[in-house]
Design a protein around this ligand. Structure first.
Ligand SMILES: [Zn+2]
Length: 186
């Protein structure tokens, strides 16, 4: 029994989008949770520069961590637009740590923001599935439903008005006359 694995405050588990990393213990805001680990690639070496997978973590223009290795459990952490963790990037040490930016409770999925480039390249085309975006979509759908209901009600009212046209016209004339009189008096 590897004592280290049970000491870790996380486990790999099922998430909505496949696998994810979940807290197994309370993790305090500011705590370093896990290192994003993998061989360091040098963009000046053509063979390194040719490597392409979705676990590449760019440290700067030159150095990139290839996080596709099995040992790197941090690769299971999914993106969120409103995350509870962040990547602490240390280009000089060529290291990345994932750190809690909120208090995380056992059972919570651990997320960080993958950044704009990744979002544009991988998430925007398929639609981000993070909780925050799902909520936003749900809200938009609800708003669209409300709007459709409003339009329907308006159309029905108009149809009713059209049916009661003579009465309405008389009333309108009355108002207009009243206003004109008021102005003349003042
Ligand atoms: Zn999102």
């Amino acid at each position: 029994m590897p004592a280290t694995s049970s000491n870790k405050p996380y486990r790999v588990g099922r998430s909505k989008t496949g696998l994810g990393l979940f807290a197994t213990k309370p993790i305090k805001k500011g705590t370093r949770i896990i290192r994003y680990y993998g061989p360091i690639l040098d963009s000046r070496i053509p063979e390194h520069d040719d490597i392409e997978n979705k676990y590449l973590f760019e440290l700067n223009g030159r150095w990139t961590i290839d996080g596709s290795v099995r040992k790197n459990l941090a690769r299971y952490i999914n993106h969120s637009c409103r995350p509870n963790a962040e990547s602490d990037v240390r280009p000089r040490e060529r290291k990345v740590f994932i750190r809690a930016i909120k208090n995380i409770e056992p059972g919570d999925e651990i997320n960080y923001d993958y950044g704009t480039d990744y979002f544009k390249a991988y998430l925007k085309p398929i639609g981000c599935k993070c909780e925050s975006c799902e909520k936003k979509r749900k809200k938009l759908r609800a708003e669209a439903r409300t709007e459709r209901a409003k339009v329907k009600a308006r159309t029905e009212r108009k149809a009713q008005k059209a049916g009661a046209k003579p009465v309405k016209k008389k009333k309108l004339n009355g108002v207009a006359v009243g206003k004109a009189n008021g102005r003349a008096r003042a």
